[in-house]
Structure formats: C-alpha cells, structure tokens
Design a protein around this ligand. Structure first.
Ligand code: C2E
Ligand code: MG
Ligand code: MG
Length: 779
C-alpha cells in the first residue's frame, strides 16, 4: 500500500519536469530559442571582454579612399603604391583582401607585379570560392604573375549576411590554401575545418587606417612597424559586410582580423551546444523525482531562479576559462516551465478542492450525511414534482426507541441502526427514502397509486423495519409509528409534509401505530397553540382561582377535609377545564410555577379559616421531576402558617413508575416534615402493586371510575379488593365520585372511612362551604 503510494508519487513527480524538458527541447529544435541563445551569448562575450593583440592593423578602403581615387576598381598602380608604402613603413606582413584573379591594364598589372616583387614574399593575396548561378563552385586565385611573388590565402566568410557569423573556414587543404588567420598565425594548431571566432576580443581595439590617409594624408607612422596588415574594403558601397555577435555588422576584412586575433589569443571557440544544459536538466529531474513530498511553488521558484543564475555563471566561466560556448536558453525555458507547471498544478489542486467542497455542500443540501438518504429539501422537491403532475402522498415513519438506543448504546450504534433503516427502506420502496429528523424517515408516492397499494407498501415497510437490527453485537428492536397525508395537484409540498408531521404527533400523543392526516388534527393543534399562548399569560393576569370539594367522614357525615381544585377563567377562552390545561401546562413546564402558586394559595386560604380539617392539594409528577418539591412545600407551609400535619399531597401513579431513588427520597423527606401523601386515581395507572408496600404512602384514593358504576358486581369486586389491600397495608382510604346515598352506604359498610363526590358537594367556593364565613368571623 505504502510502496505503491510512493511509487505513484515519484512517478507523478517525474511527469511535470519531463514534460517541461520535452517542451524546451522541441522549442530548441524548432529554432525558437535561437535569438535568446544569441542574446545570452553576446552578453557572455561582453562579460569576458579582452583587448586585441595590437599586432594587427586594418588598412581600410573606406568611402573617403574611394572618393579620393575617384574610380573603382582602382587602377592597380594604386594597390602597388599602397603596398610600397606599407613596406616602407616596416610592416611585417600584408594581406591584400582584393580580387586580383583577372587581368587589368598592362601598366597596372605590371606596377603591382613589381611592387609584389619589391615586397619580397611577405604578401598574401585573396583567393576565394564562388558559387555560380548553375550551382558549380569556382575557386578564384590571383593571376599567376602575382602568385609567384605572394601566397594565396582564403578570404571566404561563410556568412549569408542574415544569420550571425560565428566562424570562418580554416582553409582549403585540397587546394593547399590556408585561410588568412592560419597564414598570419602559422604556429597555431588548426584542428578543425573552421575557426570559431572569440567575440570576447574587443574588435574596436584593432587599429584602423584609411588608404586615403596612408597615401595622401596624415597618420601615425610608428603604428605600422612589424604589424600584420590587412588591406580591404570597409566602404558601404563595396558591400562586404557581415553580421556578427556583439559588434553588429562589420566589414569582411575585420572578420578575418577577428579570426586572426582569435588564433593569436589561442582561443578558437568550441561550441558544446545543448548537451551540458540537457545533462544538468536530467540531473535536476532525477533530484526532483527522488525528493519526498512536493515542493510548493514559492521555494521551487527560488531554487529555479538560483539554478538559472548558476547556469549562466557557469556558462560565462567556461567561456572565459575554456573558450567553450553552450546553449542555455533551453535550460532556462525548462526551469521556468517547471515553475509554471507547479503553479498550474497548485492552482488546479486549489480549484479541485473548492470544486470538491462545493460538490460536498451540494450533496449535503440534498442528502442526509449519516445515512445517505435524501434530505428534507430533496423530499420537498420530489413532492412538488408529484403535486405538479396530479397529486402526491407522503408517508412518515417514526423510529420509536431510537433515542433510548442512542442513550444506552451510544451514537455510533444509533447511526448504524439509522443507516440500516435507510437501506431496508430503499430496498423495500425501490427508491431512496428521506431522513427528515433524527428518528423520522419519509417517502413520497404519486397520488395515482391506488390506496390499497399504498397501504400494502406501508405494511411491508412496517414488517421489515420491525425486524431486529444486529449492530456491534447488540440486537436493537425499534417500534415504528406511521403517518401519512395526501394532496391534489393544487397542494404545496411543504404544507403536505407539515400535515403528515401533524398526523405523526397525533399518533404519538394517542399512542397509535398509524394515523392519516385529517383537518381536525390541525384544528386541535391550532387550538392547543392558542391555549398554550393564553396559558403562559394567565398566571401573570391572575386568571387562576381555586375551588374546594368537601371530603366527608362516611360514618359521622362530618366535614373531614377539602380538596383544592384549580380553575382557569381565561379572558379569551372562558372557563377552561383542568383536564384540558393541566396536561398542557405539564408539557410546557408551566406546571412548576402554577403548582407553586396553587400550593401557596391553598395553604394560605386554609390557614385563615377557623377550621382544623385537612387540606388536599394535587401535585403533578412533573413538579417532582423539574423542581425542588421539598423547598416548595416548606416555603408554602412557612409562608401560610398551615401546620404540616393538616396537608395531604395527592400524587398520581405515574410518579412512581420510574422507581427513581431521588423521588423516593423527596417523598421520604416530605413525610418527615409531617405532610401526608395520598395516591390519587388509584387503579387507573398501569404500574404494579408491588411499589405500594415500598413507598411512603399514607392514603389511597379509589378512582371514581370504579365508584360511579356501583352497585355493579365487577366494580364491587375491584373496590372490595382495594379496600382490603389498603387495610392490610395500614393505609387510609378515600372513595372518589360518590354520587348516590346507596354508594355511600355500601362504601361505609365496606370500611372505607372517607368519601368525596357530588353527593356531598361539588367543588365550590370557601364561602359556599361555610369556610369563608368562619374566616370572616375569625377576622
Ligand atoms: P382529581 O384530582 O381526581 O380531582 C377530582 C376530579 O373529580 C375533579 O375534577 C372533581 O370535580 C371531579 N369529581 C369529584 N366528585 C365527582 C363526582 O361525584 N362525580 C363526577 N363526575 N366528578 C367528580 P376537576 O376539578 O375537573 O379536576 C380534574 C383533574 O384535574 C383532577 O383530578 C386533577 O387530576 C387535576 N387537577 C385539578 N386541580 C389540580 C391542581 O390544582 N393541581 C394539579 N396538579 N392537578 C389538578
Ligand atoms: Mg385529586
Ligand atoms: Mg382523582
């Protein structure tokens, strides 16, 4: 795995430098880089500047000389004069770079012949090869009569005047003719066919004298002693010009002098061409590939810049020290391309990352990250699609017990279960479901799918989701609830989904397996919402008040106590039954503050009455779970001055099902304070009887649903059993809902001590119970 990874990375590290090198080589071979190479070469010549030997001299046939003589070609007497003059001045050797291959006037030819003879063999005359129109090459040599007193030397310059002239031919060995340079520097070994000129030699430092000055004018006579002189054309009119590096366009004789000076300095140039740069580039590629990890562009650019500078310094050094030239342009192009490719690569990576992130965001917008199911938005889009083509149904399934699974086994297990639910659903539905909440999945169907099919599908989904889930060695069982809603083409997707969610909350509240949406559900929810809002404001507006229902000693008929029952006189909703608003207050948590108010209000009232009966106050299990009941009760007793032993708290069985030790200790503490605990609505809860013996309960209130049907044999049996059991546990008994004297007598005969019900009185004001009057009397 690792080896393969590093293999591919070193491979990819090879790709970009190789591509860069190939491009550079192609450009070099195509000649595109030649101007750059020339410019660099000229810079190097410039930087390795050296003066000429001072042993050579250029006697130039310039424009002034042409004017002074007046005709061209010159009569050969002029050339003879020039030669004589030079010899008088004591020059060492003379090259006449002038065409003497054909005869002129007899007098002129004779004059020159005699001058050559006088010069005594120290003269070289121009020989040159010429390409004719028919393609043949002709060698022009001086006339025999001249050649007997001189040596022919090759003056060819193989330039075409457009490219740069770098070298001159070394001679024509076949014809036994040396070049000018070879003739003037005979001691220099000539190993090649051409003499490559070192333009580091400053051609401007070669002395030049015009023929005109030599013959008719003024000049420095000492200049000529022992010099090697070339006489030749420099006048523009004679068109003997060549383009060379560094010095631009120079006359042909000066090119011969440059070659001569090159040999004198012992510096004929060897051109190494592209090879050294190519070798260094290959080494760089090898280094590049062997590096671990990518180099980012900025440091790479510095390395590249450094190596380009080094390359130039090296090229300059080898020119100066070893008169070698090399082409470095391809290397520079390679190096720059390396940086460019790296930059491009970096940009590409950056864009790829951005592209990936965007793709991820797009995916998350339409998918659930955990299960890969569709998102709520994707479901809504699907619904809109179906709605626009005739109508849609949406089905929701809630995974009961997923939360408790997560609580018990952790999120990982919960996620695994969710993933499997998504898979099972997809398999069963034949399409991806949507996950619209942690524990709710959904799917949509076109409305034209017949109801039976939809139901059958829902059933089979139910069956497959209810199968146990094996995750990490755990077997998880979910319990599912379904809700659905359907709309026609006119509908809106979000509203359709909202309806299904209303139906699902209805299923939860009513503990139903399947609920289809009806408009009444929405009405109920709206109603509830309104009541919730009103309820929140009711406490501040003092819309609550208490009524009291008498509790009677069944044997004597005396008033034993009263049960405080809360009422809500709502400004907007009228008188609301506690059966409606207590569950709502429990759901919203408002019951905590409301319960405190009830306790304080009931205790305060009861303490003021001139009466020492018992006060029963109902307490919700939410109050136990979400507030400190011990403190609440203590404060109410202290604030009101009611003795603790006159207070009964009515609890419901729902408080006891959890068997929570914290609640148990709260109950114990309350009991220690002197408060009595009564179990309200006994027999309606689902919990087992076993807790009765373990809990600190003083009193049982038999629920009115067993009392009101009496006399009736089944309920008689239940009531008798409860009374018997309470007696055995030494608990006192209150029978609720006594509406007839017959019921009263039956219960009294059974041994039930206290009764409560419409027979004795409905919940009513203290005044109508005669308690308020007593209070007034006491006051
Ligand atoms: P509960 O504690 O079992 O209260 C007795 C309910 O039975 C009262 O209804 C009362 O009016 C009714 N009742 C009493 N005798 C008879 C009878 O002979 N026949 C019939 N048909 N009904 C009878 P209410 O006042 O509507 O209260 C309903 C429930 O609301 C209470 O049941 C109690 O659970 C809750 N509740 C009432 N006030 C409070 C309160 O202050 N705090 C808390 N937490 N719950 C309260
Ligand atoms: Mg009660
Ligand atoms: Mg009750």
């Amino acid at each position: 795995m690792h080896a393969a990874g590093s293999g591919t990375s070193s491979f990819s590290a090879l790709v970009s430098p190789t591509v860069a090198l190939l491009i550079a080589l192609i450009l070099a071979w195509a000649g595109v880089l030649a101007p750059l190479d020339q410019a660099l070469q000229e810079m190097r010549f410039e930087a390795s500047d050296r003066p000429a030997s001072g042993e050579t001299l250029f006697v130039e046939i310039d424009s002034k000389s042409l004017q002074d003589v007046g005709v061209w070609p010159w009569p050969r007497q002029v050339h003879a004069n020039v030669l004589d003059r030079l010899m008088q001045l004591g020059v060492a050797e003379v090259v006449l770079d002038i065409d003497f291959s054909t005869a002129s006037t007899p007098e002129g030819d004779l004059a020159l012949e005699q001058a050559l003879e006088r010069a005594g063999g120290y003269v070289f005359l121009a020989a040159f090869q010429q390409s004719m129109a028919d393609g043949t090459v002709v060698l022009n040599v001086p006339l025999e009569r001249f050649a007997t007193h001189s040596e022919p030397v090759l003056v060819n310059v193989d330039g075409d005047g457009t490219g740069l002239l770098r070298s001159v031919p070394a001679g024509l060995p076949a014809a036994g003719i040396r070049s000018v340079a070879a003739a003037l520097v005979p001691q220099s070994p000539i190993s090649r066919a051409a003499i490559a000129i070192d333009y580091g030699i400053d051609l401007r430092s070669i002395q030049r004298v015009s023929v005109s000055d030599l013959l008719y004018g003024d000049f420095n006579h000492t200049l000529f002693a022992n010099k090697q002189v070339i006489v030749g054309a420099s006048a523009i009119e004679l068109r003997d010009f060549f383009r060379v590096p560094r010095f631009g366009v120079i006359p042909g004789p000066l090119v011969q002098l440059a070659a001569t000076e090159t040999l004198k300095a012992g510096r004929p140039i060897s051109d190494l061409g592209l090879a050294p740069a190519l070798a260094i580039a290959l080494v760089a590629i090898a280094l590049f590939a062997s590096r671990k990890g990518r180099m980012s562009t900025a440091p790479l650019a510095w390395v590249v810049l450094g190596s380009m500078l080094l390359m130039e310094v090296a090229a300059w050094l080898v020119l100066r020290e070893r008169h070698l030239t090399l082409d470095t342009a391809a290397f520079h192009v390679f190096a720059v391309l390396l940086v460019l490719i790296s930059l491009l690569h970096e940009r590409a990576m950056h864009w790829r990352q951005i592209f990936r992130q965007q793709a991820r965001l797009a995916y998350l917008a339409s998918h659930d990250a955990v299960t890969g199911a569709h998102s709520r938005q994707a479901l809504l889009d699907e619904l809109e699609g179906y709605l626009s083509s005739g109508g849609a149904s949406v089905f929701l399934v809630q995974l009961g017990r997923l939360d408790s699974t997560i609580a018990a086994l952790g999120h990982e297990v919960g996620d695994c279960v969710a993933v499997e639910v998504a898979q099972r659903l997809e398999k069963r539905l034949g399409s991806k479901p949507a996950r619209i909440a942690n524990d709710v999945f959904a799917w949509s169907l076109p409305k034209e799918l017949r109801a039976e099919h939809q139901i059958a599908l829902r059933r089979s989904v139910s069956a497959c989701l209810d199968e146990p889930y094996a995750v990490n060695g755990h077997s998880v069982v979910l319990d599912t609830r379904f809700a659905s809603s359907t709309m026609d083409a006119a509908g809106v997707g979000s509203e359709l989904l909202r309806q299904a969610e209303v139906a699902l909350s209805e299923a939860r509240r009513e503990n139903l397996k399947v609920v289809a949406y009806t408009s009444e559900q929405s009405d109920r929810i709206n109603d509830r919402r309104m009541r919730d809002i009103a309820l929140r404001e009711a406490l501040g507006r003092e819309e609550f008040f208490l009524l009291y229902q008498p509790q009677i000693d069944l044997r004597s008929g005396d008033l034993m106590g009263v049960e405080a029952l809360v009422r809500w006189q709502s400004g907007s909703l009228g008188l609301v039954s506690p059966a409606d608003f207590i569950p709502l207050a429990e759901e919203t948590g408002l019951i905590v503050n409301l319960g405190k108010w009830i306790l304080v209000e009931a205790c305060t009232r009861a303490a003021r009455w001139n009466w020492d009966g018992r006060l029963s106050v109902n307490v919700s299990s939410i109050q136990f779970r979400r507030s400190d009941m011990v403190t609440t009760v203590r404060q109410a007793l202290e604030q009101s001055g009611l003795p603790a032993n006159r207070l009964d708290l009515e609890l419901t069985e729902s408080l006891l099902v959890d068997d929570d030790p914290a609640i148990l200790s709260t109950l114990e503490e309350l009991r220690q304070m002197g408060v009595s605990l009564a179990l309200d609505d006994f027999g309606t809860g689902y919990s087992s009887l076993s807790y009765l013996s373990r809990l600190p309960i003083d009193k049982i209130k038999i629920d009115q649903s067993f009392v009101r049907p009496l006399p009736e044999p089944n309920n008689e049996a239940i009531v008798e059993t409860i009374v018997l059991m309470a007696r055995r546990l030494s608990m006192s008994i209150v029978a609720e809902g006594i509406e007839t004297a017959e019921q009263r007598d039956y219960l009294a005969a059974l041994g039930c001590q206290v009764g409560q019900g419409y027979l004795f009185g409905r919940p009513s004001t203290p005044k109508s119970l005669g308690l308020e009057a007593a209070e007034t009397a006491a006051a």
